[in-house]
Write a protein that binds this ligand. Structure first.
Ligand SMILES: Nc1ncnc2c1ncn2[C@@H]1O[C@H](COP(=O)(O)OP(=O)(O)OP(=O)(O)O)[C@@H](O)[C@H]1O
Length: 770
């Protein structure tokens, strides 16, 4: 491109940067003013306060004056917050003001317009935008269209413009490094340079190179369910993070980051992505794994961990039980059972006081079912609690006359007496009045646990109720459809009961258990949550999805998954799509498919896709790299030597490496062996660990969603990956590699690699070990 254009653009950039700097000075000034105003208000708070407490009007006046001061403080804090946010945006813009320019005309006769697009908006006067935020409606034309007529959505409907120029910039520290004009959406050149960067322990934002299909996901505001099926590395995760940023911008003032929740595959992944939104100037959304969510709600139960779940080898019967318990039919059956509890079968527990039955369960049951048919589970429970509290109150008077109360009062120490009197004046009309006062306090204090038990509905018994429900299930669900006999089902229930006795539970049981509990307690869900994102949705079952939908009744759902990577649900993942389609209104459901993989080089993508049989479509973005390597060593010592050599090569080329083993035991063993030959590597044992720089060894089930420059698959042998249902797992592992992929096996190579054509990998012999 002509140097004169670059010079002109640099001049424009210098002008914008100068204005950004002026704006920074102004923002700093406002921060200073707000800070000193706030300090002033705090200092004079006491002086300015008109304390009058001798009359009712005086108290009112004092309260008003406190309120006024608080309001003034809040205003200052608000303006401080505002100026601080603005300053941080301006600082980011100063370095890289924008990344694109678009010239367009709204109609053939209207004035040509030029806009620049960057990470945030910037205007020097209220209506004069020098930079448009990438999320502004008009910015969409940068991502969506080529030159010529391009339409974009505005809050008032669709608008079409004639785009005459698209220019992309790479700017570093206020200097234009390169610029190019293009007629494409985002040039391959720009994408290529973004993708050639080395990975690090944190994901980066993709704002400058968002692809057209990704933009559809990011800007969707219509769907109740947005389902994205995307190949490994197709940018699903990247797209949802930009989507969150987009939604927070689009609904600024109405939506905050606390109303958006992302269920992620593991804690490591949370760590990996947690910089993206702050880099875009937004707060992070609520992020947790489903396991954490369930665990938080069931603090007294040990829920099966990811590692345990992964290590499970399920018998054919167990697989069929799993299919049933994860189905939508089971969800509907639990709903039916809960509805039936409105008429009968709710189980209760005695309320106990001092080791004796205080209110018997039969009495509670009578009360519970005494309300008429219009009462549902929620208000029935509430009304029961109120009735029980009334009983409790009546019992206070009778209990005051008991012998134990008299004994207690006689034995009270001075401290205990002081605490019973509290703020109450110590003068009483008579000794009897004083005794009555103390007796009431004694009874109320000791009955407090009873009151709590009532208020917290401890008279319900979720464990028993859950088991009761499971026992009854054969009446509600056709076991034959799942190829199960009643005996097999009941044996499954026995196993659940045994686990519950030890306060343990399979992840598979936690959701029906929570759902039943919510129904019994009449909970109507978290109505504040507006957007729910589920990453790696193929690892959820239909029950969990239906439960999340009922837990967040007002939320819109974005689900992202790759049916090729179902490492927990395996063959059930394809039925999931079908079950989902029955849960949401088809008019408000949108399915988007992303088939292009951006993560890996063409060679890695081609190799990995041969691992799948009947896999979903995957194409690679044309980025060249080395062929993957395969090494079959005669024994583990030789295999370790090969790993060591490959690590040395990666290190020399500054490629960060993850060695991915099948399970934790393999990874522990490998780490020890590597240490013995002088190689330092961090073993990631649990999902709560942090990602570390340098070589890491990670078990397959924790590598989900992550990516690394180079991946070494440890023990790609027949002893580890043999069955067809392990194809998706091996695929997931291999698809973590961006530039280099090496597979090392001791003994025989996994037969799952048989379909990879011989010219798509290099055979590297194991290094001879002396
Ligand atoms: N438009 C884009 N511009 C630049 N980089 C991109 C783009 N889309 C995706 N990438 C990069 O490709 C890599 C893979 O993206 P991401 O992790 O979002 O894929 P994914 O679909 O979630 O993969 P998986 O299902 O395998 O975990 C990331 O490094 C991401 O930054």
């Amino acid at each position: 491109m002509a140097d004169s254009i670059k010079a002109q653009e640099q001049q424009h950039l210098d002008m914008v940067v100068a204005k950004i700097k002026q704006a920074q000075t102004a923002a700093k000034k406002r921060i200073g003013v707000a800070e000193s105003d706030e300090a002033g208000i705090r200092k004079n708070f006491v002086n300015d306060l008109r304390l009058k407490t001798d009359s009712y009007e005086g108290i009112m006046e004092t309260a008003l004056s406190v309120r006024q001061q608080q309001q003034m403080l809040a205003e200052r804090q608000n303006s401080w917050q505002h100026a601080t946010t603005e300053l941080s945006t301006l600082k980011r813009l100063e370095k890289r003001a924008y990344f694109a320019r678009i010239d367009f005309q709204e109609t053939p006769t209207s004035k040509p317009e030029t806009i620049y697009i960057g990470l945030g908006s910037f205007s020097d006067t209220p209506d004069h935008f020098l930079i448009y935020d990438w999320r502004a409606p008009i910015s969409s034309i940068y991502y969506d269209g080529e030159l010529g007529a391009v339409s974009y959505q505005t809050p008032d409907g669709e608008q079409t413009v004639d785009v005459q120029l698209k220019r992309q910039f790479q700017i570093e520290d206020g200097q234009i490094v390169t610029l190019y004009d293009t007629d494409q959406t985002v040039t391959d050149q720009m994408l290529l340079s973004a993708l050639s960067e080395h990975s690090d322990t944190h994901m980066k934002s993709i704002v400058t190179t968002i692809q057209k299909e990704q933009n559809q996901i990011i800007r969707d505001t219509h769907s109740d369910l947005l389902f994205v099926q995307g190949a490994a590395g197709s940018g699903k995760t990247a797209a949802i993070l930009q989507r969150v940023a987009y939604l927070l911008y689009r609904y600024r003032g109405k939506l905050n980051a606390g109303q958006v929740i992302l269920f992620s595959p593991n804690q490591l992944f949370n760590d990996y992505i947690d910089q993206v939104l702050p880099e875009l100037g937004e707060h992070n959304m609520v992020q947790m794994t489903y396991y954490q969510y369930a665990g938080r709600r069931l603090p007294k139960i040990d829920i099966e961990t990811l590692a345990q779940r992964f290590a499970e080898t399920n018998s054919p019967v167990q697989k069929r039980l799993n299919a049933l318990k994860g189905s939508l039919a089971f969800f509907n059956a639990v709903t039916g059972y809960a509805d039936h509890l409105e008429q009968r079968d709710m189980l209760f527990r005695n309320i106990v006081f001092q080791g004796k039955v205080f209110i018997p369960k039969e009495k509670i049951q009578d009360i519970y079912y005494s309300f008429n048919r219009n009462y549902h589970l929620g208000n029935r429970l509430q009304a029961t609690k109120e009735a029980l509290v009334r009983i409790l109150n009546r019992r206070i008077s009778s209990e005051m006359k008991s012998k134990w109360v008299e004994d207690t009062i006689q034995d009270l120490s001075k401290e205990q007496l002081d605490s019973l009197y509290g703020d109450h004046p110590r003068e009483f009309e008579s000794a009897d009045k004083e005794y009555q006062f103390l007796a009431r306090r004694v009874v109320m204090t000791s009955l407090e646990p009873v009151r709590k038990a009532i208020v917290r509905a401890r008279f319900l018994t979720i464990n028993n109720q859950y088991v009761h429900m499971l026992r009854q299930m054969p009446e509600r669900i056709d076991l034959a459809q799942y190829h199960l006999t009643t005996a097999e089902w009941q044996a499954g229930v026995d196993a659940t009961v045994a686990a519950l006795r030890d306060h343990q539970m399979q992840l598979l049981d936690t959701t029906p258990y929570l759902y039943l509990y919510d129904k019994m307690a009449g909970k109507s869900g978290d109505r504040d949550m507006r957007y729910v994102f589920l990453d790696e949705v193929q690892d959820y079952n239909a029950f969990q999805l239906a439960f999340l939908k009922s837990t967040f009744p007002r939320a819109r759902f974005t689900m992202l998954g790759d049916l090729n990577q179902a490492i927990f649900t395996k063959e059930n993942s394809h039925t999931l799509l079908h079950e989902l389609s029955t849960m949401f209104d088809p008019d408000k459901t949108r399915v988007v498919q992303l088939t292009r993989s951006y993560r890996s080089t063409q060679q890695v993508t081609d190799f990995t896709k041969h691992i799948l049989k009947n896999g979903e479509a995957v194409t690679s973005f044309a980025r060249e790299g080395e062929l993957p390597t395969v090494t079959v060593a005669s024994d583990e010592t030789a295999a370790i030597a090969r790993v060591k050599a490959e690590l040395a090569r990666n290190d020399a080329d500054h490629e960060t490496t993850a060695i991915i083993g099948k399970d934790l035991a393999d990874c522990q063993d490998l780490t020890t062996r590597l240490r013995a030959v002088g190689v330092k590597a961090t073993l990631i044992q649990s999902e709560n660990q942090r990602l570390a720089p340098g070589v890491i060894v990670v078990p397959s089930f924790l590598s989900k969603g992550l990516e690394f420059d180079a991946v070494i698959v440890w023990e790609a042998s027949a002893s580890r990956y043999q069955d067809d249902d392990e194809r998706q797992l091996l695929y997931t592992i291999c698809s973590r590699a961006m530039h280099r992929l090496s597979l090392v096996a001791a003994g025989t190579l996994s037969p799952l690699l048989d379909d990879v054509p011989a010219d798509e990998f290099t055979v590297v012999p194991a290094v001879p070990v002396d």
